[in-house]
Ligand binder design. Structure first.
Ligand code: IFM
Length: 439
């Protein structure tokens, strides 16, 4: 089975890549990395399937050369990776773990040696536990701690990076983790969530400033967006979808690109915002070189009784992935158009994550993933034809990996990983992509 496009169907400079993250693949029990709030969260019964952690994960820490060979072998142009805060600074501040920083140095050189553009994310969720002890994302000081981390990484890797973004999916860092409690630190508290919603943006802004002052270029923001649909035509369902869109999609995109939070969400969160938050907006809206969107699915919203935000999600009719997420490529088309049209900044856009989980077994084809990628890349092509400045697309993920609270069952990889032997086996989707991208 093949993909229905080739490279020639995209602009010559279009960047194809794949994305991974540190804690999900590296093996965090090794190489001097510090403890993270994910280790604490997973040790608390009921939080993570089988209480699994990233202790070994894909053992990328020792197998990284093989993994970069796989990325290059698929004909990709770029490799999106993240630097673990707790691997570089085991206590979150202070002493650097030289072994950790050296690892990322070799990794970046390894990408360049294979012709892969290094696309860095500074933070993909492994908050050092000592910083969590101080309140983590609830504590305003995190913006300064994060800027210091950014500076350490920028000084060491900045001369060889192709791009850098401070925080992967700020909505997950803040709302999913402090309001819904589904990710570490597992808090369910509107005040904690509101503080996190602001401080993660502030940390982003400080990190951008730190990287810029070092001369690191091509800096962006990466937000996950979910296509919010009313479950029916009632006013209540429309209002629910609009509010979900505000919290999920408009909060960070508006802050980063316009320096403003959406009024409809702010109306409810304002009493919980830190004093003087307005003075931070210029920092949060530091100029960017690109905007990245991670897109997977849609949500169908209905109103419900109970406190604000007063809505619930309802099952929809579309086929689903192993995550239970509806396959809805129209949502990608929607956001590509909207993230261009809503902001008068002409910013280049990247799809920084897109992909699906499927219960793959080695030796069997994964046609569902090939279909998924094909359908979404067709929407990407349409957007380019409609003059959306879409410049690249990254598949999530290169490898099957640690899917956070869902452990190791959910397989997002182009490459199958046997978590007993750690053997890597490229799937049919990997081969299909390699054929599509071949010169
Ligand atoms: O695995 C995650 C990743 O860490 C962030 N974006 C979504 C992926 C799939 O859930």
């Amino acid at each position: 089975m093949s993909l229905s496009f080739t490279r020639a169907d995209f602009p010559e400079d279009f960047v194809f890549g794949t994305a991974t993250s540190a804690y999900q693949i590296e093996g965090h029990s090794r190489g001097g990395a510090g403890r993270t709030h994910w280790d604490d969260f997973a040790e608390t019964p009921g939080n993570v399937v089988r209480a699994e952690t990233g202790a070994i994960a894909c053992d990328h820490l020792t197998r990284w050369q093989e993994d970069l060979d796989l990325a290059a072998g698929a004909g990709l142009d770029a490799y999106r990776f993240s630097t673990s805060w707790a691997r570089v600074l085991p206590d979150g501040r202070g002493a650097v773990n030289a072994e950790g920083l050296d690892f990322y140095d070799r990794l970046v050189d390894g990408m360049l040696a294979r012709g892969l553009k290094p696309a860095l994310t500074l933070y993909h969720w492994e908050l050092p536990s000592p910083l969590a002890d101080l309140g983590g994302w609830r504590n305003r000081d995190i913006a300064g701690w994060f800027a210091d981390f950014a500076e350490i990484i920028g000084r060491r890797l900045g001369d060889r990076l192709w791009s850098a973004a401070p925080v992967n999916e700020p909505w997950c860092v803040a709302w999913l983790s402090h309001f819904e409690g589904q990710h570490a630190p597992g808090v369910r508290d509107i005040r904690a969530a509101t503080r996190a919603m602001h401080h993660v943006g502030l940390a982003h802004g400080h990190a951008i400033a730190a990287l810029r002052s070092l001369g690191v270029g091509n800096l962006g923001a990466v937000c996950n967006l979910e296509y919010a649909l009313p479950t029916d035509d009632s006013d209540g369902a429309h209002a629910a979808a609009r509010l979900h869109d505000g919290i999920y999609n408009r909060w960070f995109a508006g802050a980063f690109r316009r320096g403003a939070y959406p009024e409809d969400v702010l109306d409810h969160l304002a009493p919980h915002m830190p004093d003087g938050w307005q003075d931070d907006m210029a920092t949060i809206a530091a100029p960017l070189d690109w905007f990245g969107l991670n897109y997977y699915t849609c949500a169908r919203l209905a109103p419900c009784d109970g406190p604000w935000p007063g809505y619930r999600t309802v099952e929809g009719p579309l086929p689903r992935t192993q995550m239970g997420w509806e396959i809805c490529p129209e949502g990608l088309a929607h956001f590509l158009g909207r993230m261009h049209a809503d902001f008068d900044d002409g910013l280049p856009l990247y799809v920084t994550e897109n992909g699906m989980a499927w219960p793959d077994t080695p030796g069997h084809d994964d046609p569902a993933r090939i279909d998924y990628l094909d359908a979404h890349l067709a929407r990407a092509r349409n957007a380019i034809a409609d003059s959306v400045p879409l410049k690249g697309y990254f598949v999530w993920s290169l490898l099957d990996n640690y899917e956070w609270a869902l452990g190791y069952d959910k397989r997002f990889g182009l490459v199958h990983v046997d978590f007993d032997t750690l053997e890597r086996t490229p799937k049919a989707s990997y081969h299909a992509l390699a054929r599509a991208l071949a010169p």
